[in-house]
Design a protein around this ligand. Sequence first.
Ligand code: AKG
Ligand code: FE2
Length: 220
Amino acid sequence: MTQGMLFDTGEPSGPVDQRPQVLAPGACLIRGVARAQAPALLDAIRDIIRQAPLRQMTTPGGGRMSVGMSGCGVRAWISDAAGYRYEARDPLTGKDWPPMPGILRELAHECASRAGYDGFCPDSCLINRYRPGDRMGLHQDRDERRDVPIVSVSLGVSAVFLWGTPVRSDGVRRLVLNNGDVVVWGGLSRLAWHGVAPLPQAHHPLSGEIRYNLTFRVTA
Ligand SMILES: O=C(O)CCC(=O)C(=O)O
Ligand SMILES: [Fe+2]
């Protein structure tokens, strides 16, 4: 049971088959594609969150999200009592969001291209930080351009990604996403419902008990 596992993250330790696996029309999972770069990506994330600290946003309904969020790029996603939207400035610091580092932009471009979406140029990256027990409820990503895909990168502790279809009543599949796995959804799957199950208590050598997720979007 321990063979092929790194600590208790569920992450396979051997080489992974990086060929895109089709999840649905327009959507695919590319296992391990960001794994070699994970240490550098985590360094870039830590640099961004020094400038734009992680915060738990409030929802229009008055709730508070468990996931800690930050962002980089020309605009980043925020939520507060007034609703969900993209803002060019971080409301917490009053400053522009940190620029998107080349290593992030290039990874997103490369993953989109492997998924069949050429020319993906994200202007926004949302950073999600999950501690044990943190979760993200089922939702659709509706606040940005819908004619381009979402590219989502998982780093650190493994999580269960809940993956549905654009029809909520279709229900969800449970996919374990490990460090370095990338999911791309666009086209007929662009408005697929998705979420993240509560993060298990686990340990990853690069991130301790934390999972980070990056989602790259085009907002304008
Ligand atoms: O953390 C994830 O894997 C998904 C994040 C997500 O759906 C979002 O930020 O909109
Ligand atoms: Fe989402």
